[in-house]
Design a protein around this ligand. Structure first.
Ligand code: SF4
Ligand code: SF4
Length: 216
């Protein structure tokens, strides 16, 4: 399953972000942040205890089923009394959830987590980045393996000169992405794709802020 992968900001950074804000309402997310143990019920409760210990008044704490879903607005309304007592909402979700909640409240919102990447779970408590949403997808030329995220150098023409017995020169515990791509294309009878020179990545295809309009 695809997830927004987050990690908790340092206590020092959260303390800095909450300077001058004494009454805090804490919101977690029951989906990605729960799976990554960064913003589920246990983490929200721990954050509440931590802030109380530092002299903050926690007016309430709750976990939205899906923080990035507009349906969260209805649930937030049910908590409006306790939210209104707070100087700020401390959000323990990915940045998508933080922005969704910010659009539904006039309260100051403060993120407690950093959003790292879109990833998938590859083992217990382990997540691998699978896509940086680069805007120029070349999976069709690479047998469905993404070199932008799987290759340490993000090479779209590979391998580099450092591949060694199928391992990456930067991390020899990791398979070389371009060796995997080679093997996959060989199995598919599509090694001709390896001989094509991919154009340099077009960073104009990565506009920020991103916007897309359906063509109808
Ligand atoms: S090439 Fe990789 S990073 Fe770019 S869109 Fe495709 S999967 Fe995502
Ligand atoms: S060894 Fe392979 S995965 Fe590592 S940087 Fe070079 S091409 Fe990329």
């Amino acid at each position: 399953m695809i997830r927004s992968i987050t990690q908790k900001k340092s206590d020092e950074e959260i303390d800095h972000l909450l300077e001058g804000l004494d009454r805090i309402f804490i919101i977690g997310c029951g989906t990605c942040a729960t799976l990554t143990h960064t913003g589920g019920l246990a983490e929200v409760e721990a954050m509440g205890e931590n802030l109380s210990g530092k002299g903050k008044l926690v007016t309430g704490e709750m976990v939205l089923p899906v923080a990035c879903d507009n349906m969260a607005a209805d649930i937030l309304r049910e908590w409006s009394e306790k939210m209104n007592q707070a100087d700020a909402l401390l959000i323990m979700s990915c940045a998508f959830g933080v922005q969704s909640i910010a659009q539904q409240t006039s309260k100051m919102v403060v993120p407690a987590l950093d959003t790292l990447f879109i990833g998938k779970q590859t083992g217990a408590g382990q997540f691998d980045e699978i896509c940086t949403q680069c805007g120029t997808c070349i999976l069709g030329e690479t047998g469905g393996i993404c070199p932008v995220t799987s290759c340490h150098k993000g090479l779209v023409n590979g391998p580099c000169g450092g591949t060694n017995n199928g391992k990456c020169e930067i991390d020899n515990n990791k398979d070389c992405a371009w060796t995997l791509i080679y093997n996959r294309l060989k199995d598919l009878g599509r090694l001709d794709s390896m001989r094509k020179l991919q154009a340099p990545r077009n960073h104009q295809r990565e506009p920020s802020p991103g916007k897309y309009i359906l063509p109808f």
